[in-house]
Design a protein around this ligand. Structure first.
Ligand code: SAH
Length: 370
């Protein structure tokens, strides 16, 4: 990995699963918008992007509330497992001041940086950013020569935590990177597969595998689930096909305490959706992000093979429209299969205790930009 990032003592160089994960993500093509629009899971991707947008906007709102008295302080964010920069636009819309993007996949980090430069070229005024290739389950970000002394208001880790639960040391290292440089009151938030839902589906399946035509999950065994290294293989329409590990959430909550973090909430995607859709601005955003198609959509004409027997595609749309005071949402665009995949995930948010004074003494790096 990058020579300017310090590796935790006695941690081997990126090997085994980390290497697999990095080369997998490095090899994913960056499809253009046209190709993405043709994907069978385009609506699910849009929905997941909406979840992330709401989570980001909500968290930045909380940071702003808490720092209202501090004149003009700009918000600093660590995007841990940034990928190709799928959230750059969300950070721009959130008017942050500084972003650090870290990821194990060097090619993704390069693409993220190019995307950022392109945004900067077009918009001029945009947050400052740094791009760090690093294995966040083994390297120490705060030791990086360009990051020393940098503090963050938010660490965002979207669809990443499950790669760290290979071992206690790796999960701890990821948490350290996520939390040690947060300001008191700062947030560590993200999205990850919901281990209880995965285990529930596994237990009610006949074999070691479950899923539908869009996704499949295969475990090596069932019945007992170790806290770390409980591996499964996740496949989603050509998006991910690498080993992942169950994130035993109560364990994560316990381990986070070491870094002065308290759990603020943990919600399934469905719960988070039900709660946030009540907010007018988020509802409008969902309509925009789902591609401006109106409900009922094209999808309602799709063949019944895309559906679970006995259920129709709009089962959830109907349920959700009734939950939202008759407001018609474009959720009919999501097939039953997409909903099944979406319901595998959860959002979480931790906050750094305000009495956590270990870092308050630290000086901000006077010149942390590259
Ligand atoms: N957060 C991005 C990408 C999610 S895909 C988004 O929401 O679009 C998961 C990302 O986690 C990949 O980019 C992968 O390279 C990264 N990742 C996996 N293991 C990692 C590790 N040990 N350290 C840093 N990044 C890791």
């Amino acid at each position: 990995m990058n020579s300017s990032v310090t590796r935790m003592e006695s941690e081997p160089a990126t090997t085994g699963h980390s290497l697999k994960v990095a080369s997998h993500y490095n090899s994913i093509r960056e499809d253009g918008l046209a190709v993405r629009r043709r994907s069978r899971i385009v609506h699910m991707r849009n929905f997941n992007n909406w979840i992330k947008s709401v989570l980001i906007s909500d968290t930045l709102g909380k940071v702003r509330e808490a720092t209202a008295g501090q004149a003009q302080r700009s918000i600093s964010v660590l995007d841990l497992g940034c990928g190709k920069g799928g959230d750059l636009l969300k950070w721009q819309k959130g008017h942050i001041g500084h972003l650090v993007c870290a990821d194990i996949a060097e090619v993704s980090v390069q693409q993220c940086e190019s995307r950022y430069k392109e945004m900067k070229r077009r918009n001029g005024k945009i947050f400052k950013a740094q791009f760090i290739p690093a294995d966040c389950t083994k390297d120490v970000l705060s030791d990086h020569e360009n990051l020393r002394g940098r503090l963050y208001d938010v660490c965002s880790s979207q669809f990443v935590c499950h790669y760290s639960f290979e071992s206690y040391r790796q999960a701890d290292a990821m948490l350290r990177n996520a939390c040690e440089s947060l300001r008191p009151g700062g947030f560590f938030m993200g999205t990850t597969p919901d281990a209880s839902e995965l285990v529930k589906r596994l237990e009610s399946s006949d074999g070691l595998e479950f899923g539908n035509e869009l996704y499949s999950v295969r475990f090596d065994r069932k019945g007992t689930y170790p806290l770390f290294g409980c591996q499964y293989h996740f496949k989603l329409e050509g998006v991910v096909d690498v080993p992942e590990f169950l994130v035993h959430f109560p364990q994560l909550v316990e381990m986070a305490k070491k870094y002065g973090m308290s759990l603020r909430y943990k919600k399934t995607f469905s719960e988070f959706f039900e709660e946030k859709i009540a907010d007018r601005q988020y509802r409008d955003l969902l309509v925009r992000m789902m591609g401006l198609e109106s409900y009922p959509s094209e999808r309602s004409r799709y063949p019944a093979t895309d559906r679970t027997p006995g259920e129709c595609d709009h089962h959830h749309a109907k349920r959700h429209t009734s939950h939202t005071a008759g407001v018609r949402l474009p959720l009919g665009m999501l097939s039953q299969s997409e909903w099944e995949a979406i319901r595998l995930y959860m959002v979480f948010a931790f906050q750094k205790d305000s009495h956590s004074t270990d870092l308050t003494q630290r000086e901000e790096n006077p010149n942390p930009e590259r």
